[in-house]
Design a protein around this ligand. Structure first.
Ligand code: PAF
Length: 197
């Protein structure tokens, strides 16, 4: 009997992944169209922002998001405004096919992979004030880095309008900055830090 349940369970999982296909979206307009359908159905939306080149740490964020939300959106975008060294930006690893395969296997609903022009049709001149939070530690070595993170994450929050967004606890300075930004902009979402080991 137990064996029958195990076979039946595996069959259901296989059936589920066969019929829930992941959508890869590059534009803000089609992202909004897809998400509006879910919003109209009252579904909860979780977001995991990433720059791609996914590893186990990202996996922990994605699995938590999938478990806790009706719809999971993962963004894959190498954000130029958070790099102060152009060489680092140029050589940042980009592995979209592999990333998409991993995300599909984790039952992600939407991958948002915009171009730089889509995200920044004009230069983003916004300057956030995080005081000492952005000036110490990593901020001291990478001037402007956390301002760039706030620029891109605020845009992602504006486009996806998630109920919840997930960030690694390991990058605790970034997590603190994102929470402070959400507070300053009074955005209606919860930011969750996840232990990624
Ligand atoms: O932690 C990262 O990968 C990036 O800083 C983030 C949050 C995706 C913004 O580009």
């Amino acid at each position: 009997m137990a064996r029958l349940f195990s076979i039946y369970g595996k069959y259901l999982v296989a059936l589920h992944s066969k019929f829930t296909s992941m959508t890869i979206i590059e534009t803000i307009a089609s992202l909004n169209d897809s998400l509006q359908t879910y919003r109209d159905q009252g579904k909860t939306i979780g977001l995991v922002p990433t720059m791609g080149a996914l590893h186990d740490g990202h996996g922990a964020l994605v699995r938590r998001c999938v478990a806790e939300n009706d719809v999971t959106v993962v963004s894959l975008f190498v954000n130029p405004t958070q790099f102060n060294n152009p060489d680092d930006l140029l050589h940042y690893p980009r592995t979209p096919e592999e990333d998409n395969r991993l995300l599909e296997a984790m039952n992600v609903d939407i991958v948002f992979a915009p171009t730089v022009d889509e995200m920044y049709p004009e230069p983003d001149k916004r300057v956030f004030e995080f005081g000492v939070l952005s000036e110490v530690m990593e901020g001291a070595f990478r001037p402007g880095h956390f301002n760039g993170v706030a620029q891109v994450v605020s845009k992602l929050f504006q486009f996806v309008r998630p109920n919840v967004a997930y960030f690694g606890e390991k990058d605790f300075q970034q997590l603190a900055i994102v929470k402070e930004m959400v507070k300053q902009l009074q955005l209606p979402l919860e930011v969750i830090g996840v232990a990624t080991v």
